[in-house]
Every structure is written in structure tokens, then in C-alpha cells.
Design a protein around this ligand. Sequence first.
Ligand code: IPE
Ligand code: IPE
Ligand code: MG
Length: 255
Amino acid sequence: MALLGNKKEKTYDTGDLKVPVSLGVIMDGNGRWATNRHLPRSAGHKVGAENLKELCRNCVRYGVKYLTVYAFSTENWARPQPEVDFLMKLFVELFDKYDEELAEEGIRVRFTGDDSELPKKVRDVCKTAEERSKNRPNMQLIVALNYGGRREILNSCRQIAEKVKAGEIEPSDITEKMLSDNMYLPDVPDPELIIRPSGEMRLSNFLLWESAYSEFWVSDTLWPDFGYEDLTQAFRDFASRDRRFGGLSKKESKT
Ligand code: IPE
Ligand code: IPE
Ligand code: MG
């Protein structure tokens, strides 16, 4: 199968780039993409969903190990019901339809978020996709579905509160690590870089706890048009970021 349409133009030379081990992408701008073309918003969601495959391929080839994509937030239920229904149907179709290509790329699929509010059909598809892909070695694709950063933190706090109630720990025993360990996917490293297409400069409740020291990269490209060039530019810019983590830059700390 021809995995890359125009393979010649794409090199995955990481010479002047820095490729994050863990990357977050807020897949935003589907609606505007469709509206710009006088199409219904659903058309934008469809093309946006297709574009996820392209992002996965490019990330695998660059060597990203964990790719977390924001697909549906805990706030997105506020959209008109037909749009929500369309998105749920898309999620049901997507992971079966993509499985062959994801398998070829060695991509393991996982989900993060509050699945209790998702339709059973969606939950079932997610479970199957996770199960059949669990031994794939190249990259983890983590799909944030009915995900909210605040909800995740709340959930972590509740689990810890249960331990306090049971007398297993004292409130003073609670640590940051304990909160981290009770997030949805504690084994997934915090994203070093978060990309948001479509120009909005906000997190919209994505990975609040995990993004404490993430670098942000925003592009005006709308998600359905976001491709290899944008990703490569993001990794190029990421290489020149001075990540100080509250300390001093490497150069300064030597003087
Ligand atoms: C992102 O695109 C997809 C979801 C939130 C599900 P939008 O639908 O938010 O697109 P815009 O922001 O309206 O252009
Ligand atoms: C964030 O986009 C959620 C997803 C991309 C799934 P939104 O379009 O929902 O964010 P806001 O409403 O512009 O903050
Ligand atoms: Mg949006």
C-alpha cells in the first residue's frame, strides 16, 4: 500500500528539528474549514478525521512515541445535537476503517477521557480498537474523547479522597506524584509540545495537569489542512525553544 502519496517531498531527516517523545495536538478548525468552502460543518469533521491518519504517519516516521489528539471535549456536548450525533457516528466508523493502516504503521490506539457519558457503540469500538492494537510497538495514538482536563484532575482527587476516607493515607501524605499517578493514563509522559492549528491561543481544557511545562505552537492552518510542512515547522521551532523549567538556560547556568 502506498502510505505516502508524495513520498519524495517528505524527508524525515531530523537534522535541525527536535522531535518530542510525547506530542499533543488540538485538532481544531474543522467547522471553519467547511464554512470557508460553503460546506456543512460535518464535511469539515470528515476531512479532519481523514487528516488524523496523515498526522499519525508523519509522527511515526519522525519518531514520536506518544501522540495525544483532542477529538471531543467534555464541553463539546454543547454543540447542536445533529453535530454531536455526526461526530459520534464518525468515531464509531473511524477506528475500524483505519485499523489496517494503523496496524501497518505499528500504532497502538488508546483513549483518554470520561467514557461513561459516551454512547455504548462508541465505547465498544474504543475497547475493540485498544484490545486489538495493544502489542503494536511504534507509537501510541491516544485519542481524547469526552476528555476534560478539569474532569481528569477531579477524578484523580476523588480516587485519592477514597484512600483518605478508608484511612489508608492522611491528607498530608498527598503528593503531586500521587495526583499524577491517578490521572487517566499515568504511564503516558507529559507532552513536551502541544500544537494547536486554527489560530486559537487557548488550551480549551486539554491536558491541564500534564501541560504544566509543555511548549505551545499555534498555526493559522485549519486542522483539515494541517500537514507535513506544518508539523516539520513545529518541530523546527521546538528545537530553538529554551526550556528552563524554572531554572536557568544551559548557557547561563555555566556562567
Ligand atoms: C474541532 O473543530 C473539532 C471538534 C471540536 C470536535 P471545530 O468544530 O471546533 O471547528 P471550528 O473551531 O468551529 O472551526
Ligand atoms: C477544542 O476545540 C476541542 C477539540 C478540538 C476537540 P473547541 O473548538 O471545542 O474549543 P473552543 O470552544 O474554541 O475553546
Ligand atoms: Mg473549534
